[in-house]
Ligand binder design. Structure first.
Ligand code: PLP
Length: 402
């Protein structure tokens, strides 16, 4: 084969690092592996019948909608369905503020393009969702960690952190207030209001990333930052909300959405024109048919019950590990965040866990700065109850091997 020329890459891609979680995928092919690693919905809980019916209706009733290009903002039918979904979630949203995105991941990417320049600094929870850290870094933007605890973003710590800074120093704050990835924490109402007040005082926008909010299996719902912004003086227009059908219907649809103030939404539409022109209209129409038929409302309780059972099983099993492992019980979502005690490093436990055929994600991947070497993330979403029991027995053996 001929020798390849020397390629000249854009500076951010000269020596990029890929997703640390994707690096773990190679272990998944190990026969008999039980994975607590990915944030993958369980295949057994996909609403195959509901989606098959929606697919069939989409192509029969709207073949042109499915097969033709669509407006960049999304199919009107889907935008209307998502508007109604947002209303059921307690947020009144104008259609002009809502656009469909190819997963919520694209929403984040568009916002970075539209709102940030290289050298900007963005506040993120510490720890946070790794793909956000990666997207910021590839854009030359510096993520700056804000402390979190079992209830999510520590607004007191944020207030102190911001005290010495001039307003406008940080353009954005990115957070996952509901059942965060990786911590599973849900931000209480008082902290939500405090965060909105800080955004007004220090002149920054908040990106509220909410793929997991509908997966609440314990406790009472807390209104979104999007819904609360009008209660806090100066905070209206400071929230951009991202959400997705990935975790509640199917990630394979690649249908997410953004709710943003019109000037931001308009610019994201222009940015999206150069990325994919539009989210797959076929997938959009299937999603719209699925929502219009009330299938999500019918299926969601099943999904939530499934997650509740899995979370309870995993929490009970982890409690049996005793003092070796400290964790906070989540009230929803897919993740349990914990720390090994006694100075045990998550990376050392990971090596033993792979030998025992069980996977988790060492906490390192979730920090933009100094990682907590003892922290790790476990997901109870994908394995069934028997696999959870089995996987935890293996984890116990991995601890013993240390
Ligand atoms: C916090 C968070 N945001 C966004 C995403 C991406 O979701 P989507 O499939 O909608 O792009 C994920 C997926 O794991 C996530 O955990």
């Amino acid at each position: 084969m001929a020798e390849l020329p020397t390629y000249r890459f854009a500076p951010a891609f000269e020596a990029p690092t890929g997703s640390a979680i994707r690096e773990l995928f190679k272990y998944l092919s190990q026969p008999g592996m039980i994975s607590f690693a990915g944030g993958y919905p369980p295949p057994a809980l996909f609403d195959r019948q509901g989606l098959a019916e929606a697919s069939e209706r989409a192509l029969r009733e709207a073949p042109v909608d499915c097969l033709q290009y669509a407006a960049t903002e999304g199919l009107p039918m889907l935008r209307e369905q998502l508007q109604a979904l947002m209303q059921r979630r307690g947020a009144e949203v104008a259609l002009d503020e809502l656009m469909v995105t190819t997963g919520s991941q694209q929403g984040l990417d568009l916002l970075i393009k539209v709102l940030l320049s290289p050298g900007d600094r963005v506040l993120v929870e510490r720890p946070t969702y790794p793909a956000t850290l990666q997207a910021l870094r590839l854009a030359g933007v510096q993520p700056v960690g804000v402390a979190t605890d079992g209830e999510g973003l520590a607004t007191d710590a944020l207030r102190e952190q911001l005290a010495g800074e001039r307003p406008g120093r940080f353009r954005l704050l990115y957070c996952v207030p509901n059942f965060a990835n990786p911590t599973g924490a849900c931000l209480p109402m008082t902290r939500r209001l405090e965060l909105l007040a800080l955004a007004a005082e220090h002149d920054f926008l908040i990106i509220e990333d909410d793929p997991y909010g509908a997966l609440r299996f314990a406790g009472d719902p807390v209104p979104s930052l999007l819904a609360l912004q009008h209660q806090v003086p100066g905070a209206a227009g400071r929230v951009v909300h991202l959400s997705s059908l990935s975790k509640i219907v199917a990630p394979g649809l690649r249908v997410g959405w953004m709710v943003a103030p019109v000037p931001v939404r308009q610019r994201c539409t222009i940015a999206k024109q150069t990325v994919d022109l539009c989210t797959s209209p076929w997938a959009q129409r299937i999603a719209a048919e699925y929502l219009a038929a009330g299938s999500l409302e019918r299926h969601l309780p099943l999904l939530v019950a499934g997650y509740r059972a899995k979370a309870e099983r995993m929490l009970a099993g982890l409690a049996r590990l005793g003092r070796q492992f400290e964790m906070t019980a989540p009230q929803g979502g897919m993740f349990i965040w914990g720390r090994c005690s006694g100075g045990v490093q998550a990376s050392a436990l990971f090596t033993q866990a792979v030998a025992q055929n069980v996977l988790f994600v060492p906490g390192q991947a979730f920090f933009g700065d100094e990682p907590d070497p003892q922290a790790l993330r476990l997901s109870f979403a994908a394995p069934d109850l028997a696999a959870i029991d089995d996987g935890l027995a293996r984890l116990q053996r991995a601890f013993e091997a240390l």
